[in-house]
Design a protein around this ligand. Structure first.
Ligand code: ZN
Length: 103
C-alpha cells in the first residue's frame, strides 16, 4: 500500500485506538474530536505546492511548526482542550513518523 494512504489511515486509526483505550465505553466523542484535528492540515493550503509526498511537514507548515507543537503540549495541561491537544500531538507524531519514512 502506498505510504500516503497508510499515513491517512493512521490519522484515524491511532485516535480510534487511543479513544478506545482511554475512554472505554465513552470513546466515540473523544475519537471524533481527535479525528477532527486532521483539520490542522489546512495549513498546507499556504504552501506551494500544497501537497508534496516527499516533504516533511513538521517545522514547515505553520500549524506543524515547533512553536505550535509547544502550544499543543501546553494545551495538554488544560482539561478543556486536553482531547484536542492529544489529537494534535498524535497527528504531529504520525507526521513525524512519515518524515522518518521519507529519509
Ligand atoms: Zn499533518
Amino acid at each position: 500500500m502506498e505510504r500516503s494512504v497508510i499515513h491517512m489511515i493512521l490519522h484515524f486509526f491511532v485516535p480510534f485506538l487511543v479513544a478506545k483505550a482511554g475512554w472505554k465505553q465513552n470513546w466515540v466523542q473523544p475519537f471524533i474530536i481527535m479525528a477532527l484535528t486532521i483539520a490542522v492540515d489546512f495549513d498546507h493550503l499556504f504552501a506551494d505546492t500544497i501537497f508534496d509526498p516527499n516533504r516533511c511537514g513538521l517545522g514547515f507548515h505553520p500549524l506543524h511548526s515547533w512553536p505550535a507543537i509547544t502550544v499543543y503540549l501546553l494545551l495538554l495541561l488544560t482539561p478543556r482542550f486536553r482531547i484536542v491537544a492529544l489529537g494534535l500531538l498524535i497527528h504531529m507524531g504520525l507526521d513525524g513518523i512519515d518524515c522518518l519514512w521519507i529519509l
